[in-house]
Design a protein around this ligand. Structure first.
Ligand code: TRP
Length: 434
């Protein structure tokens, strides 16, 4: 059986909550037990530095997240479970990838662009308050993924663009220096629920509406008591649709139990009773893990040891791999024989290229970027990847297809029709010459 490598990182800036458990911890632990799967899960503490300047919080969060994953059943014998900052090869690879990543590509990263847009709207300098760390975030993430030759990267939809970028970095590097990297893909699980928080919006630290995964039984009861409901009285039928309480219950209960609560809603269950039902069900799942968690969190030295053992396993792969990559780019011992430098394949590397990808809306897109990563052409969404592929094929064959496809193309600010035509012309000529 061929092995599929899954890899995912958890930024160490917060305390795990029920939404993290349902959306990430529980499915990841379950996936790690699948035969034929090799899992790499790590604490992304270098990434945390981009968002958090409080050293105490970084350390505490690292401890809490590690303890949570272990308490939730992650088996560190089976999963390579490590802390990013224990792998010095990762920042080293970040630099190698930085050198094959177009700055223009990073300009378009969602998180960076959001900061720029916010500044622009407020009439501030575009980069006001933006660190180079935020700008480089996708490259560090690319290094995380490419270092361990991950095939699949389970992430939320908001991270899809980062995986696409990692793919592009891998492809550029492979093109320049030979086949070293596996091209990773995002793995989005549509069956995994996004939990609503106390106020009904998505449970998220940034909304301050979370229920911590590990609080005491009493705290859990109090927090669940604070979930927003409507003002219907006991005896009045209640809507399950849009009920945060119901959705959280569903994520913890069996289908039969969920059907029973649905019926109780229709029969007019009192909100107090519904909250109690939810509390008992969640607590039933959490209680055994809570005991584990308490034991772990009071024994940080043991967690430290587990992480160091994980890092040792990770480095057994990373150390020889970075050696290979250094040699590939020419960071070599001078005592080794040097070959005559190869002529630079200028024409080949300067070509624009089409990229296909899928967006959070589920549709398929393509874009044309020049060799420096500057966006030249942007499609609208296609329902099927094949349609996007056909449009690309048309454009590659015949620059005039720009006219026939005009409706499927979104305008790109600051790019003239001549630039696009010239790029397509260059592609067509290169294809004819090949
Ligand atoms: N950026 C991810 C997030 O915020 C965390 C992360 C860092 C990550 N490195 C990664 C996820 C590598 C997957 C793979 O959720």
């Amino acid at each position: 059986m061929s092995i599929t490598r899954f890899l995912t990182g958890i930024t160490t800036t917060g305390t795990p909550h029920l939404g993290n458990f349902v959306g990430s911890i529980r499915p990841s632990v379950a996936a790690s037990l699948t035969p034929g799967v090799q899992s790499f899960y790590f604490l992304a503490d270098y990434h945390a530095l981009i968002k958090c300047e409080d050293p105490v919080r970084i350390q505490r969060s690292t401890l809490e997240i590690a303890a949570s994953w272990l308490a939730a059943g992650l088996n560190p014998e089976k999963v390579t479970f490590y802390r990013q900052s224990d792998i010095p090869e990762i920042p080293e690879l970040t630099w190698l990838l930085t050198c094959v990543t177009g700055k223009g590509v990073l300009n378009r990263a969602h998180a960076y662009k959001a900061s720029v847009d916010k500044n622009t709207a407020a009439d501030r300098d575009a980069d006001d308050g933006v660190t180079a760390g935020l700008f480089m975030y996708p490259v560090l993430m690319g290094a995380d993924i490419l270092m361990f030759k991950a095939h699949k990267v389970p992430v939320g939809r908001d991270q899809i663009q980062h995986i696409e970028m990692a793919r592009d970095m891998a492809a550029s590097f492979n093109h320049l220096y030979g086949e070293h990297f596996v091209l990773p893909e995002a793995a989005i699980d549509d069956h995994v629920a996004t939990l609503p928080g106390l106020d009904g919006r998505k449970m998220s630290k940034s909304y301050d509406n979370t229920i911590p995964l590990f609080s005491s039984r009493e705290q859990l009861k109090n927090l669940i008591g604070g979930i927003l409901t409507d003002s219907r009285a006991p005896g009045e039928p209640k809507d399950t649709e849009g009920s945060a309480l119901f959705q959280i219950y569903q994520a913890f209960a069996t289908p039969d139990e969920t059907a029973a609560l649905r019926q109780a809603y229709a029969d007019g269950i009192a909100w107090g009773d519904a909250k109690n039902t939810l509390f008992e069900r969640v607590d039933q799942v959490i209680a055994p893990m809570r005991a584990q968690y308490e034991e772990l969190i009071h024994n940080p030295a043991r967690i430290e040891q587990t992480l160091l053992a994980g890092a040792e396993r990770a480095r057994a792969l990373a150390t020889p791999f970075i050696r290979e990559l250094r040699a590939a780019v020419g960071l070599r011992s001078l005592a080794q024989a040097t070959a005559a430098p190869k002529p630079v394949k200028a024409a080949k590397t300067a070509l624009p290229s089409f990229k296909q990808y899928r967006e959070a809306d589920g549709k398929f897109y393509f874009k044309l970027v020049d060799a420096d990563g500057r966006l030249l052409l942007q499609s609208t969404g296609f329902d099927a990847p094949k349609e996007a592929g056909q449009a690309i094929a048309q454009l590659q064959k015949d620059p005039d297809a720009l006219q026939t496809l005009a409706q499927r193309l979104a305008p790109v600010e600051g790019v003239s029709a001549d630039d696009v035509a010239a790029a397509l012309q260059a592609l067509a000529e290169a294809a004819a010459a090949a």
